[in-house]
Ligand binder design. Sequence first.
Ligand code: UD1
Ligand code: UDP
Length: 359
Amino acid sequence: MINIVIGTRPEIIKMSPVIRECTKQGLEYLVVHTGQHYSYAMDRIFFEQLGLPFPEYNLDVGSGTHGAQTAAILSGIENILIKRPAGIVLVQGDTNTVCAGALAAVKLHIPVGHIEAGLRSFDRSMPEEINRIIADHVSDQLYAPTPISRQNLLNEGINTEKITVTGNTVVDAVQQNIKIAQHKVHPLEKLGLEPRKYFLVTAHRVENVDDPVCLAKILTALKKLSEHFELPLVFPMHPRTQKMVREFSLSTEGFRVIDPVGYLEFLLLESNAALLLTDSGGVQEEGCILSVPCVTLRENTERPETIEVGSNMLAGTNAEKILAAADQMIETRRNWNNPFGNGDAAHSIIEICKKHGTL
Ligand code: UD1
Ligand code: UDP
């Protein structure tokens, strides 16, 4: 049996093609949700929109400190793996769910497959970087999305036989859902937006939003940007950021702040935007796939492929840099090639699992 662990919004989205592939092939699988994300708009909406089976287990770990959250996931997954032995445990990405899920499995001598292996920002102050390194080094099968991520793994001494470049399942997810979105939801009409005449913003990285000075700086910079281009800024705000904006009593005047939206709505908001401004990993990738330019509100990225092909620019949180990057990217020709694969990553991953006799 294949045990699929998920816990947060991006994991549900990027694991959805893998779950679909298992269903299509009639494989025996079990989905374990850690409950790291739990609000309707961060969790259940994706199961409904993407037609995914509700997980058989939900650990309901909720929010907490890194130690508390990781420990609760580790112990919860261990209990399930003892009760329901698996041939392989699949984890996706770089969250606390991934780190704890991989550790629980490897300690029980169950092979681990890491989807989106080998991404590196080379910034160990990011919790995600620690989670990636741990997950990669305890995994038996590493599904690297690109040759760059494969090389990162080789540079760390990981055995080449464990690594396969599969593409990123985010491409599968975009391809499987964009047409459905066009028929099912109408976010631009709902928000009174015109195609290519608005900016789409997301921000939730700890280093950006948990510091009052930094978050205030980002909001001020984005407001200036909106005034400069005379274009509205739509900001579906992550609950962490909503909490921090409240806690620091910051103004969001000048923004169209909305609650996080479903994947179908977000895909359409992305694909029609003049420009994306984000610190999200998934949004940098989706901009690149959907041919929409992106300015990343960070000093580094673990998605250097987007910079290489010209779909993305790093701007950090400085207003002048953000404006200069936006000026350049809004004019850029949207003719780059998508470096993240052709939409068959989930199929490749499941074929490797089968080939290795782990199912
Ligand atoms: C987590 C991941 C991050 C990933 C992001 C995707 C870690 C260390 N971080 O960050 O890598 O990019 O998910 O979105 O694993 N909250 C809610 N409802 C929810 C979830 C969270 O209100 O459903 C609020 C709570 O106030 C919580 C805060 O958001 O304290 C942060 O949640 P947490 O899961 O700790 O981290 P994220 O910032 O979501
Ligand atoms: N997303 C969404 N609704 C939103 C904002 C983002 O469905 O309101 C999707 C987006 O399309 C992408 C994923 O969430 O697939 C990115 O998740 P997030 O930014 O939370 O995490 P990261 O990718 O940075 O880990």
